[in-house]
Design a protein around this ligand. Structure first.
Ligand code: SAM
Length: 409
């Protein structure tokens, strides 16, 4: 039956759900009768969704593909601020479970026709009466379309307990609306290629319900008391920058990347300078006798878009704060801030960057807190030689071990 439609019918059903989610920006979405998690796999890419739940009575079916719902390596390398938790349950939609209350959207794609009619009643009560999501999408075969499906005799699937006409489906939906306070719209996917839409309707009929009254108001993280009849099979929390540990790891790696890059530029510049020009530079800023140096504020507040100025002033900072710390290159935080848009986006302000680094035990700042201290290449090589000689040194002891206690000397 599938090649009859382009794109295939199951893809059209899933696309309908995706379009709905984009329109209504639903954050908490559950797929009842999720099967092999095909729809969930598509939905995990939709940034508006924060909580995605799948339920199916057949746990083995869910487990088959559930690992495809995990984060991709890019989600770990470049996490965003969005949050996503995916949960998969084994359970029957004819039984309530308090963890499924308070959702924005419940989807049930080609499930209802697998239930016996008394179970359809239970399903209606559980879904619209207990879970009571803001929106519900139900899809089911339209039996009026069956004569158009080549080679079909009887139901479309051996497990179907019924297949409804448009009137039967709409009557059930209207009763649900009256009983539980919803309104409904009818539509579908899968058009007759012969254009006889009025006569046959859609191949898959769809009812979209919208809750009329306020229902559960469940806040993120709130635990709902009540019966829990489903078995949790799998829970996946995607890495998010809203998680402080993730933010810290990403920020630190971005800062260190840029600091190393700036150190490399600084080292190249240094090696290009002659001893003479260094002397001139020094005299220009310190005065021939070295008595008057620019105030500290000058290099701190320098416009960050002029890298050469920053490095020039950095030389001064180095002389003021770090000259005695042989083996260190001070990378100004202003320059770091200006070099990496990602650092700027993650920290929001230069003051936050400084605060973050002050509290980060694996890095060292200059005494005035305006520069990140990185060891020079020569120093790293010297230490590698020492290590080869057998002396084991902790990484974050390495800079400080080389620094004299008295910074002003
Ligand atoms: N919704 C999926 C999709 O669109 O690909 C799968 C649809 S499949 C035709 C019907 C699914 O409903 C099956 O995975 C079946 O195990 C599940 N199912 C049947 N009865 C159920 C029940 N009482 N509670 C939960 N799931 C049920």
């Amino acid at each position: 039956m599938e090649p009859f439609f382009k794109p295939p019918l199951h893809k059209q059903r899933h696309q309908f759900v995706v379009d709905f989610i984009k329109k209504y920006k639903t954050k908490k979405v559950m797929d009842l009768g999720c099967g092999e998690c095909l729809l969930l796999k598509r939905l995990k890419f939709h940034k508006e969704i924060e909580h995605l739940v799948g339920v199916d009575i057949d746990g083995a079916k869910v487990k088959k593909k559930m690992h495809s719902l995990g984060p991709l390596s890019t989600d770990y390398l470049q996490p965003g601020f969005e949050q996503l938790c995916v949960e998969l349950f084994q359970g029957s939609v004819t039984e309530p479970d308090a963890r499924l209350r308070g959702f924005d959207l419940a989807v049930s794609v080609e499930l209802i026709e697998h239930l016996l009619l008394p179970d359809v009643e239970l399903f209606s009560e559980v879904l619209f009466g207990d879970m009571a999501p803001v929106h519900v999408i139900i899809t089911t075969p339209n039996s009026e379309f069956n004569p158009l499906l080549p080679g079909l005799s009887g139901f479309r699937h051996p497990d179907h307990k019924f297949e409804w006409t448009r009137v039967q489906f709409q009557s059930w939906a209207q009763v649900v609306c009256e009983d539980f306070g919803y309104r409904v719209e009818f539509t579908g996917v899968g058009l007759d290629p012969g254009g006889r839409h009025d006569e046959f309707g859609f191949c898959s009929q769809i009812a979209v319900f919208h809750r009329l009254r306020g229902g559960f108001n469940v806040w993120p993280g709130e635990t709902i008391q009540g019966e829990t009849s489903y078995t949790l099979l799998h829970r996946i929390n995607y890495p998010s920058l809203k998680d402080n540990n993730v933010l810290r790891r990403v920020l630190l790696s971005e800062v260190l990347f840029w600091a190393e890059e700036l150190k490399r530029r600084w080292t190249e510049r240094e090696s290009e300078d002659t001893e003479e020009s260094k002397e001139e530079d020094w005299n220009e800023h310190t005065g021939a006798c070295g008595e008057e140096r620019p105030p500290e504020e000058e290099w701190k507040s320098v416009a960050a878009d002029d890298e050469s100025d920053l490095w020039r002033l950095n030389g001064i900072a180095q002389s003021r704060n770090c000259a005695s710390q042989r083996g260190c290159v001070p990378v100004p935080l202003d320059l770091l801030w200006a070099s990496s848009p990602r650092v700027a986006a993650l920290c929001k302000s230069p003051a936050n960057l400084r605060l973050f680094l002050m509290n980060e035990p694996t890095v060292k700042l200059s005494q005035d807190g305006c520069a990140l201290l990185l060891r020079t290449d020569e120093d790293e090589e010297r230490e590698a030689d020492l290590d080869r000689g057998g002396a084991a040194v902790e990484p974050n002891q390495r800079v400080s071990a080389k620094l004299p206690e008295n910074w002003e000397d």
